[in-house]
Design a protein around this ligand. Structure first.
Ligand code: PLP
Length: 464
């Protein structure tokens, strides 16, 4: 009996079968309904309620994955996936995941995975240059943008010098305040909940008519809190908000943060990848003045979930907020051998750098930039169709690859009914947002497999 579930020969045959089926799945993806039609509990009811007592043939299990489980998925790799922000898995990204699983390296300490740690450093430096971030920048991979923002705000909280939050928590300390726009992602508020700052500690700054944070309102809110005895400590600006992809005026916000010695974190989870395209480099304006920045290659850089990058000018602040090294994790390594567990919440760390490295090598900077530029062109084309149809209105500027629009005379219910109707075709999947308290449709382009014909089809369905 082999020690593993099966021997190397069976593994090879099974791997070949899994890869064949996987490539077949991706080649055929367009023929599947993008949004799963599975009713809640549908898959659970169809599967045995306990694991098998004895081994089952792996080849049958692989067939089950593709024939019974995959049909119940919503297909994020589908070219008609226009909801939220697309995340599409490219071939090099998939290979990176496969190999990372095989190595099963845990890059918590330098010595537990030296090459994984060093590849992470090299790859994040490549990415930093590609998106036009000036040196010096320390980068570290986290699972998601929510975690990157949590880590950044933990570091920011640690910079409050009059109270040792790391030691005493927040009880008895000053009332901490952080500032972000009304359009910022919910992950900012969630980080505040986790860090004990609380939702009341998050001041939502009003936006202008293009959904960008108003620096005058930010300055006013900080002054008001200071005179009321609260302790401002951080500002989170967004470059590419979730609803409309609006871009906060980072230089003006940075000036205010600098004046008050506040930590500036920039959430560029979606839009940061786009700075790889030279004509979109303006996205990084002022970002060099931020203390930290999050970019998610798993959103718009064709890297499969999950891979978020946190860059910071102040790695020591992150380390002193989060590093905790019990005796059994002490190692003799010196400078140049960072233990990346010190820059996050989790101890164990997957070998995520491998898939980003492969994506950067296989596409090249230019290959990624070409695709992103094409997505922005397709979004502009779609917007022009919406603008030309008097039944519709565009509801926000479109600086990148998302178009927000609605039926001009329609109620929220009628706009929702339109989304439901087009989603029911199985050809496209759109989601909604709310702007000026009205339901708005969002068409977000970002999938590797989306071509002009798919965007055209979405408009045919919407405007029929
Ligand atoms: N920030 C922005 C602007 C986002 O749009 C999102 C998700 O769409 C997030 C943060 C959270 O991303 P994640 O799912 O990686 O936590």
């Amino acid at each position: 009996m082999s020690r593993d579930a099966f021997d190397s020969e069976t593994f090879r045959r099974a791997a070949q079968k899994a890869v064949d089926r996987l490539i077949g799945y991706l080649d055929d993806i367009e023929r599947r309904p993008v949004l799963s039609a599975l009713a809640p509990g549908g898959l659970r009811a169809a599967l045995p309620s306990a694991a098998p007592e004895d081994p089952e043939p792996i080849e049958t299990a692989i067939d089950e994955v593709f024939d019974r489980i995959a049909p119940g998925l919503t297909h994020w790799n589908h070219p008609g996936f226009f909801a939220y922000f697309a995340s599409s898995a490219s071939a090099p990204g998939i290979l990176g995941e496969m190999m990372a699983a095989a190595f099963n390296a845990n890059a918590m300490l330098w010595r537990t995975a030296p090459a994984a740690t060093e590849l992470e450093i090299v790859t994040l430096d490549w990415l930093r240059q590609a998106i036009g971030l000036p040196e010096p920048r320390f980068g570290v991979i986290q699972d998601t943008a929510s975690t990157s923002t949590l880590v950044a705000l933990a570091a920011a909280r640690g910079t409050v010098t009059e109270w040792d939050t790391r030691r005493f928590g927040l009880a008895g300390g000053p009332r901490l305040r952080l500032y972000t726009s009304q359009e910022a992602h919910s992950s900012v508020e969630k980080a505040a909940i986790v860090l004990g700052i609380g939702q009341e500690g998050v001041v939502r700054i009003p936006v202008d008519d293009e959904f960008r944070m108003r620096p005058d309102a930010l300055a006013e809110a900080i002054d008001k809190d200071l005179s009321g005895g609260s302790r401002p400590f951080a500002v989170v600006a967004s470059v590419g908000t979730t609803s409309t992809t609006s871009i906060d005026p980072v230089p003006a916000i940075a000036a205010i943060a600098e004046r008050h010695h506040l930590w500036l974190h920039v959430d560029a989870a979606y839009a940061g990848s786009a700075a790889i395209e030279p004509s979109l480099r303006f996205l990084m304006n002022g970002v060099d003045r931020a203390d930290s920045l999050v970019v998610n290659p798993h959103k718009w850089m064709f890297v499969p979930v999950d891979l978020s990058v946190l860059y910071t000018r102040r790695p020591e602040a992150v380390r002193s907020a989060l590093s905790l090294v019990p005796d059994y994790l002490q190692t003799p390594e010196q400078a140049g051998a960072p233990n990346l567990m010190d820059y996050g919440v989790a101890l164990g760390r997957r070998f995520r750098a491998l898939k980003l490295w492969l994506v950067l090598k296989a596409f090249g900077r230019r290959g990624i930039a070409d695709r992103i530029r094409e997505h922005v062109r397709l979004a502009s084309l779609f917007r022009s169709w919406v603008e030309a149809d008097p039944r519709f209105e565009v509801c926000a500027p479109q600086p990148l690859s998302v178009v927000c629009f609605r039926l001009r005379q329609g109620t929220d219910e009628q706009n929702q009914a339109l989304i439901d109707a087009v989603n029911a075709t199985g050809e496209v999947y759109l989601s909604h947002t709310r702007l000026h308290n009205r339901l708005v449709l969002r068409l977000a382009i970002g999938s590797l497999r989306t071509e002009e014909r798919h965007v055209r089809r979405a408009w045919e369905l919407l405007s029929a």
